[in-house]
Design a protein around this ligand. Structure first.
Ligand code: DP6
Length: 391
């Protein structure tokens, strides 16, 4: 009788928010970027994808993926690339040890759940692909390092390669045509600078207008400013940012974060036709952060925006009242302060109109911090009989 055994393994993986942004592909097929990038991994207590990967000859003929209980298409080139590469690694293990079960030949059943709204524009593809790759690598018992796996996750979604690590992470663009040196590496673990906080202002929970994938392709094809960003601006930002992280120099970290976000959104505007990710609420968040810094007499907060209007504001715990306290005076009625008792500050010296726009335009806040990379878990989303568990 054929072996019907169900093999499975589970992991959780984090979201990351870049402080030097990835924007532009030099090879869309292999997902190779035109510049390096750096991100901060956020705590999985607030934002994470939980994934179980299973395989069995009893699963029919096809690979399947269920995200938050709804079936996803796995036939796309990106997911297929991840499956193919992971199977190839398993298959060479099987070739060198005939006692290993031939898991590489079995159909995969993947079940995933996010603990945050998938469509909120919160880098869900990064956590999603990182969790998918890590879970299958666990299932296949691959000896691969996080950097090895980042090479695979990158092909799912570029930013996903950085979610294989916790703390402060760089994606080195690499120069080889086959992409073998385009990988993520740790700049510093979360424990090196554990006081980093991130306040996410969810401005819109709608799916973004122009996806990152197509937006960056149009930028590469049409923006002349883009070349300057990739060749001159980003290399400078990379060097300054890695040094700032190593030295825990918040002012430089913050300045580069804000300038890099501004540079990225400038090349979006320089794209033809232009891409607008920031809206009036985003611009008000910038204004309020500027005023918070003026009020403090030094840089205590940094804003950054991805391919959508949501703001992420980085600050250090020691300045929680100066930063989050001011924003809480406008947004205190919203959920997401994680039960933290932050003393509300007065908004004197902070643009009253901008505060009002935030009050009207922000629908949710998430107060979180720097966190760990993927964590293996015994908590499974698939029952022993192979069926997805209902939550
Ligand atoms: C603005 O990683 O979503 O968030 O590789 O096409 O999947 P694909 O793009 P994606 O782009 C992220 C762009 C960004 C900046 C960043 O995270 O570095």
């Amino acid at each position: 009788m054929a072996d019907k055994k169900i093999y499975q393994a589970s992991t959780t993986a984090p979201v990351n928010i870049a402080v030097v942004k990835y924007w532009g592909k030099r090879d869309p097929k292999l997902n190779l970027p035109t510049n390096s990038s750096v991100s901060v991994t956020l705590s999985q207590a607030d934002l994470r994808t939980h994934t179980t990967a299973a395989c069995s000859s009893s699963f029919g003929n096809e690979d399947t993926l269920l995200l938050n209980s709804s079936p996803q298409d796995v036939t796309g080139a990106r997911t297929q690339a991840c499956f193919r590469e992971l199977r190839a690694l398993r298959s060479s293990l099987e070739a060198s040890d005939s006692s290993l079960p031939k898991l590489s030949t079995l159909p995969l059943r993947i079940v995933s759940e996010n603990n945050f709204p998938t469509a909120a524009g919160l880098a869900s593809s990064a956590a999603g692909f990182a969790a998918l790759v890590r879970a299958i690598a666990n299932l296949y018992e691959l000896p691969s390092s996080p950097t090895d796996l980042s090479r695979i996750a990158r092909q799912g979604s570029g930013s996903a390669c950085r979610s294989l690590f916790g703390g402060y992470v760089a994606w080195q663009m690499g120069s080889k045509a086959d992409g073998s040196d385009s990988v993520a590496v740790e700049v510093a673990p979360a424990s090196h600078w554990p006081t980093m906080r991130a306040l996410i202002l969810v401005v819109s929970a709608e799916k973004k207008g122009v996806s990152s994938t197509s937006g960056m392709q149009i930028t590469v094809a049409t923006s002349k400013l883009f070349k300057h960003r990739a060749e001159v601006v980003v290399p400078q930002h990379m060097e300054m940012m890695e040094k700032a992280i190593k030295e825990k120099d918040f002012e430089t970290f913050a300045k580069v974060t804000m300038m890099d976000s501004n540079s990225f959104h400038s090349v979006c505007l320089d794209t033809f036709p232009p891409i607008f990710y920031l809206n009036d609420v985003s611009r008000s968040a910038i204004r309020v952060v500027e005023d918070i810094n003026k009020k403090a007499g030094k840089i205590v907060a940094a804003y950054t925006f991805d391919a959508g209007p949501n703001a992420v504001i980085y600050f250090e715990e020691e300045n929680v009242e100066q930063v989050a306290g001011v924003l809480k005076s406008a947004l205190g009625s919203l959920d997401g302060w994680q039960g933290r008792d932050i003393k509300v500050q007065d908004t004197e010296g902070v643009d009253a109109k901008a505060v009002q726009v935030l009050k009207e335009g922000v629908s949710r806040v998430i107060l979180t911090s720097v966190g760990e990379g993927p964590i293996r878990t015994e908590e499974s989303l698939i029952a022993e009989n192979g069926e997805p568990l209902k939550k």
